[in-house]
Design a protein around this ligand. Structure first.
Ligand SMILES: *Cc1c(COP(=O)(O)O)cnc(C)c1O
Length: 371
């Protein structure tokens, strides 16, 4: 068996090579490198796909979050509630604006922030909630929306790992004031470089994001505020337009692979599998297939996989409150009992539309030997 990487992007490219090459060449031919028709076309395609009024593309998922929070007026001394178990950028942008991230423990069944714990942490300073649809699994948006209404809070969804995921048949990212997506190459809809997008149903928010992404100006050379240089470039947009057509197929292929994993691994006593496949109301798109390795066996399992040339990853080995930039808040790990436990158990296995049945079987056979 050849080595099995987490993801093989070249394999994916080969499956759509003529279309991608044509798309790149058409941008070069028009020299539409920054802004222009390819970016506008992609934005309108995403709006249509997500069934939302406005989308503004930006430089990255991180900037999508940053510009959203700034547009909603998040500033010094505000508090923003989010998950301790996510990629750093989710909380980085809160801190960057001088606000304080308030981390809330996760639900051990789906790794997402536990909405039942939120209310206790809402203060006079709380301005927003950032739910993260981690690994492509939607959060329970009903609970989060009702709290946001009750306390008049903004919702900025971090849907960077969840493009195409659905909660109650509605796309993640379209519930909040803003929804943020990343086109980092390894994401389910990945560019060939950096990229991101904010979606919203609010025209004012949309205009403001476009204003900030372009140096705080609407009319060139008339800058009204300090902004950013945060635009999606034409080549990325053209590539993403091609790939968007395949997103639903690719996501459903990921779900099939996850289902096969779950079937083949169901009798392994040291594993706790993700059990979302059949869950009503939650359309999980498996950006990652992440299980829990119990009984202190994670190190052993990782090296067993390694010895068989199977890559695996730990998303995430740390919880955000314990990282240096957040230490000043003096959160204790006992504030996050579930997250503290789970970060030492999680393991993500290879998953992608290109992963074959044979590869999955081989991975599962390797894991079975340690039962
Ligand atoms: C990828 C990711 C981001 C950041 O996206 P970039 O495009 O890499 O800036 C933010 N939040 C989560 C949960 C992510 O997975």
């Amino acid at each position: 068996m050849k080595p099995i990487p987490m993801l093989d992007l070249y394999q994916q490219y080969k499956s759509i090579k003529p279309e991608i090459n044509r798309a790149i060449f058409s941008v070069i031919k028009q020299s539409a490198y920054i802004g222009g028709q390819f970016v506008e076309k992609f934005e309108s395609e995403v709006s249509k796909y997500l069934k939302i009024k406005y989308t503004a593309s930006v430089n990255s998922g991180t900037d999508a979050l940053l510009l959203s929070l700034q547009t909603l007026g998040i500033k010094k001394n505000d508090e923003v509630i989010t998950s301790p178990f996510t990629f750093f950028a989710t909380a980085e942008v809160i801190e960057r604006l001088g606000a304080k991230p308030v981390f809330i423990d996760i639900d051990e069944n789906n790794f997402n922030l536990n909405p039942d714990l939120i209310e206790k942490y809402i203060s006079k300073k709380t301005k927003a909630i950032i739910p993260v649809h981690l690994f492509g699994m939607p959060c329970n948006m009903d609970k989060i929306i009702s709290l946001a209404k009750k306390y008049n809070l903004n919702i900025v969804e971090d849907a960077c790992q969840a493009i195409g995921a659905k909660y109650k048949n509605q796309y993640t990212g379209t519930f909040g004031n803003c929804g943020c997506f990343s086109f980092f190459p390894s994401k389910n809809l990945g560019a060939y470089g950096d990229g991101g997008l904010v979606c919203t149903n609010n025209q004012e928010i949309y205009e403001k994001i476009k204003f900030y992404r372009n140096h705080g100006s609407i009319i060139k050379y008339y800058n009204d505020e300090i902004g950013y240089s945060s635009r999606l470039d034409g080549i990325q947009a053209a590539i993403l337009s091609v790939k968007l057509k395949y997103l639903d197929i690719w996501n459903s292929q990921r779900r099939q692979k996850a289902k096969l994993y779950n079937k083949l691994l169901s009798n392994i006593n040291y594993l706790k599998l993700p059990d979302f496949q059949q869950k009503k109301n939650y359309y999980h798109i498996y950006h990652q297939y992440t299980l829990r390795v119990l009984k202190n066996k994670r190190k052993l399992i990782i090296s067993a996989l390694n010895n068989n040339k199977i890559q695996s990853m730990i998303y995430y080995p740390t919880m955000l409150p314990q990282l240096k930039p957040f230490k000043k808040y003096k959160f204790k790990s006992s504030d996050f009992p579930i997250c503290s436990k789970i970060k030492d158990e999680v393991l993500s296995l290879p998953i992608s539309p290109e992963l074959t049945q044979e590869q999955i079987k081989y991975i599962c056979q390797t894991l079975l030997k340690y039962n």
